[in-house]
Design a protein around this ligand. Structure first.
Ligand code: PHE
Length: 341
């Protein structure tokens, strides 16, 4: 019997585990009701009285050893799983949602404008923001003394030869006509720069979409219908347009386009200042001088052009009252456009 006890003592001493269920299983096997210790105690009843003292001590030694060992192993295993839980965290906790970004209102409205004209057969053309005098002014029939060429309106990077920031995307139309023969149907989106004081209604950087259509027999009626179609697509089927005579060096005749105020339905409100109309763009028939400057025969071809500010269209469509909001990147403003596609 003494050998059995010694065997068990060795087994207990050798036992190692970090897993709580495994330790518990070991405890039941040794100290449980039907465990090895109780079996020994049963056997102990039958041993001769003179051997009881020594065997009893051994059994007690085994019992204390097993109890203490199991208790420390369990404690260690529990502590370890606790620190593991602290580093991994609560695996059952629901994750925090990713906040998705959204498109800037200027990008959204640019996309809307372009897609309306793309449906009408226009393609999108691009060009540089840093330009020369020819593409921004001279080819567009600006006389040499025109005030737009003044430093007060234009940001010059260098004078002589002129390197400047484009003041409108009409420069892209010149580049397109230099490259491509009619028929031409392009829309030109882009950033433009003008030396203006920043206020709620003006900014030194803003965005335009300009358009150009050159082919044989392009008439003013085509221009009017194209713009009416655009206004209905952009501001709703009930929209009306009107044209007021205007002046641009590169178009003749020229006009300003007003669209019926979609906030008051044309009755007059504070957005349209009681007139029922909102100005959205400039337009006109391309001046023959511009066609000729780009090597296009103005006897054979005619064309129309138009240009609008994206900020202005977005302002009218979404009731934005201060231009500066587009540039401040305040998420409280930007999130209001989350649902716009
Ligand atoms: N380029 C003009 C502007 O920047 C807009 C325009 C384009 C007007 C084409 C008429 C025709 O204000």
């Amino acid at each position: 019997m003494i050998d059995k006890i010694n065997d068990l003592i060795q087994k207990v001493e050798a036992f190692k585990s970090q897993a709580v269920p495994e330790i518990e299983e070991f405890r039941i096997r040794i100290l449980g009701k039907k465990g090895e210790l109780n079996a020994l105690l049963e056997e102990f009843k039958t041993v001769a009285p003179e051997a009881k003292r020594e065997l009893g001590q051994k059994i007690n030694q085994l019992k204390t050893l097993a109890t203490e060992k199991i208790a420390t192993l369990k404690k260690m295993a529990e502590e370890q799983s606790e620190t593991a839980a602290q580093t991994i965290g609560d695996m059952t906790r629901p994750g925090s949602a990713e906040t998705a970004g959204s498109r800037h209102p200027i990008s959204l409205v640019r996309k809307q404008i372009l897609s309306i004209f793309e449906r009408m057969g226009y393609t999108v053309a691009d060009g540089p923001e840093v330009e020369d005098d020819w593409h921004v002014f001279s080819a567009l029939n600006f006389p040499p003394e025109h005030p737009a060429r003044d430093m007060q309106d234009t940001f010059f990077i260098e004078k002589n030869p002129d390197v400047l920031l484009r003041t409108h995307t009409s420069s892209i139309q010149i580049r397109t006509m230099e490259r491509q023969k009619p028929p031409i149907r392009v829309v030109c989106p882009g950033r433009v720069f003008r030396n203006e004081a920043i206020s709620y209604r003006a900014h030194c950087i803003f965005h335009q979409v300009e358009g150009l259509y050159v082919d044989e027999n392009v008439s003013f009626a085509d221009l009017k219908q194209s713009i009416l179609y655009f206004a209905k697509e952009m501001f709703g089927e009930q929209s009306k347009i009107r044209l007021r005579p205007s002046y641009f060096p590169f178009t003749e005749p020229s006009g300003e386009v007003d669209v019926s105020c979609n906030l008051c339905g044309g009755k007059g409100c504070n957005v349209c200042k009681g007139t029922g109309w909102l100005e959205i763009m400039g337009c006109g028939m391309v001046d023959p001088n511009v066609l000729e400057a780009c090597g296009i025969d103005s006897k054979k071809y005619s064309g129309f052009a138009f240009g609008m500010g994206i900020e202005r269209v977005a302002m009218l469509k979404y009731g934005v009252k201060d231009l500066r909001l587009y540039f401040e990147n305040d998420v409280r403003f930007l999130h209001q456009f989350d649902a716009v596609l």
